[in-house]
Design a protein around this ligand. Structure first.
Ligand SMILES: *Cc1c(COP(=O)(O)O)cnc(C)c1O
Length: 609
């Protein structure tokens, strides 16, 4: 049975049982069960489900592999991790990381003033804060205030001017000076679509010459004892481990050299993020060629080796993994609203007492089609279809015959595509991309899967039920924005097959997985669709609990965010309606109330699903 690549991308977080997809944790609720219980309260549209136990799992995994590597390599430094807030700043995510990472003193990384404020308010005592990105005097002063308030904060400078500003703030104030890190510009660069952070032309970091200059500045300002960390980040979703190893060698040697240059307090290397997540549904290890085990061993081994060779004490290791920590914890559930070519359903066949001979043959081809004969039968069917169209044009068959022919041939193609889905011929590939059924999903790709729109990043997607039945329809997914980019197509090498369902009679839900990193904060309000209703689900041995709910913004609130006066909008609409003619006062007040209700709901579709 087709499992939509669950064994490839799900990291054993989910499993299929009794035709439904379930969480592989404690009481194992099914996604359908959770979805239905939320929707029982009249909630419509897409749902974002968060599972904090999956964040905890990733945190534990990261720490356990680094702890293991440190032990195996007799490494002397410690391991620390911070979570980069830019990956997901939503409260339920940050709170889950802080709470569930408490035993490790898990910290936070900030890349802007607002993120720094968030880090200062959420980082527990003793945990680390790291600050990256471009900073002005105000932001650097904020870092001094954080240090003064007792935070364990390290500010990574991206250029010499930032260091000069730090020195100025230190001289002007009596505030406690934060620890200082230097981002090094590496010669090596990462790989993959996100790799723009490393290399000679990188946006960030100091060159060797600038680093030497920085040490001089620090010494002359008497701040060399505040310089504790060097940092690099070679880009997100690192596909290949080789560039990381090169970067580690380079950064490791820079570290050792700096110790020799008199960086007395230098004690940590921060290797940034980049640890990849498997998004592929078809082929294992497509997104990355290494495991977390190999990753942690390589980092620890290489750093140890370099330091031993140069007779320098082992540094503490910091990581800033974001995607790896949070991608898996969020599932986006989208109801399917419509299939665009339902008219090809077999129920709609209406045969006559005597059918034209070619139709009779099509009926037989459809009935007898199997794996062995399907290519031959498909060719016969396509041939018959051509002949039947000609017969129709010449007036020999009627519209009902033509409709029967279309339905039968579609079915034959569909079955052939399915039977040969493992190794399709060129002809089938062409047919499949022409005949993808369009499933309309109640969601916005721009809001909920912006990396698909911007970078062509596919996310694992599958139905959460009907999994006892083979899916026969090659699908493409359309969202409800009126933008032609709001479509997810699947190329013939990596098709998505979905079920033939009658949406008027039953629900059909698709779930997108591994959407917990970057998607929500990059998501945009195209067509004014907003962040979906969000729920945090905790699971115990006996039950699951639907916790914190963050409601999608109402239509009026969305307009308000844009700067419109929502009261004025409501007033105008109500007045226009009031001034129109109604047969009774009762009807008028009912319609006014209805209008108000509409405006107090979110903008996702509600009528059908
Ligand atoms: C974005 C970013 C990260 C997070 O990268 P992931 O690939 O999500 O792990 C870490 N550090 C820095 C400096 C970043 O800019």
């Amino acid at each position: 049975m087709q499992n939509f690549g669950l064994d490839i991308w799900s990291n054993k977080n989910f499993l299929i049982e009794n035709g439904e997809i379930k969480l592989n944790f404690k009481c194992m609720p099914s996604l359908l069960e959770i979805t239905n219980s939320i929707r029982a309260n009249k909630v419509k549209g897409p749902l974002l489900l968060r599972f904090p136990h999956l964040i905890e799992k990733q945190i534990n995994t990261l720490y356990s592999y680094f702890t293991k590597a440190i032990k195996e390599n007799k490494y002397k430094g410690a391991f620390h991790a911070v979570f980069p807030l830019k990956v997901n700043q939503f409260p339920s995510v940050v709170e889950a990381i802080v709470e569930r990472g408490q035993k490790y003193k898990y910290g936070l990384e900030a890349g802007s003033k607002a993120e720094l404020i968030l880090a200062m308010s959420k980082t527990p005592e003793g945990a680390n804060i790291t600050v990256n990105g471009f900073k002005d005097k105000e932001m650097l002063t904020l870092a001094f205030l954080a240090a003064q308030s007792g935070h364990n904060i390290t500010v990574t400078i991206e250029g010499l001017n930032e260091l000069e500003t730090i020195i100025a703030v230190a001289e002007e104030s009596n505030l406690k000076v934060p620890n200082i890190g230097i981002r090094v510009r590496l010669h090596s660069s990462g790989s993959g679509i996100w790799a723009k952070s490393g290399g000679m032309d990188a946006k960030f970091g100091l060159t060797s010459t600038e680093i030497i200059e920085a040490i001089k500045l620090l010494k002359s300002a008497n701040l060399i004892d505040k310089f504790t960390m060097i940092h690099f980040h070679i880009g997100s979703q690192m596909a290949d481990i080789a560039p990381l190893k090169k970067a580690l060698r380079e950064a490791g040697n820079i570290y050792a050299e700096l110790k020799k240059l008199g960086a007395v307090s230098l004690s940590s290397i921060n290797i940034g993020g980049g640890l990849a997540v498997e998004y592929d549904q078809h082929q294992a290890s497509c997104s990355r060629n290494y495991s977390i085990d190999e990753f942690s061993s390589s980092v620890v081994f290489l750093l140890g080796e370099i330091m031993d060779a140069k007779d320098v004490a082992h540094p503490d290791i910091f990581t800033e993994s974001g995607r790896f920590i949070v991608a898996s914890h969020t599932v986006l559930i989208t109801p399917v609203l419509e299939l665009f070519s339902q008219d090809y359903q077999e129920e709609l066949l209406h045969f006559k007492e005597t059918n034209p001979p070619l139709i009779t043959e099509l009926i037989e081809l459809n009935r007898l089609l199997n794996n062995a004969n399907c290519i031959e039968y498909l060719h016969d069917a396509l041939d018959h279809m051509e002949s039947l169209f000609t017969l129709f044009d010449l007036g020999y068959i009627d519209l009902q015959d033509r409709s029967n022919a279309e339905i039968l041939v579609h079915n034959i193609i569909k079955k052939a595509l399915y039977l040969k889905s493992a190794n399709p011929t060129n002809e089938l590939e062409k047919l499949q991309s022409e005949l993808q059924e369009r499933y309309l999903i109640n969601a916005s790709i721009f809001q909920s899967l912006p990396d698909y729109w911007g970078l062509g990043q596919h996310f694992p997607v599958m139905p959460i039920h009907h999994l006892n039945t083979p899916p026969l329809r090659a699908a493409s997914l359309w969202d409800i924005t009126c933008d032609s980019d709001g479509e997810i197509r699947f190329n013939p090498e990596k098709p998505l097959y979905l079920h033939d369902v009658n949406i008027d009679e039953e629900d059909y839900f698709l779930a997108f997985f591994n959407v917990g990193a970057y998607q929500e904060t990059l998501g945009m309000n195209h067509n004014l669709f907003t962040h979906p209703n969000e729920y945090t689900i905790t699971i115990t041995d006996t039950e699951y609990h639907i916790g914190t709910k963050i409601e999608s913004k109402t239509i009026l609130d969305v307009l308000d965010t844009l700067g419109y006066d929502k009261k004025e909008i409501l007033k105008k609409l109500k007045e226009d309606l009031k001034n129109s003619s109604f047969s009774t006062e009762k009807e008028k007040s009912a319609k006014l109330a209805q209008l108000e209700t509409f405006l107090q709901q979110n903008g996702y579709l509600r009528t059908t699903n």
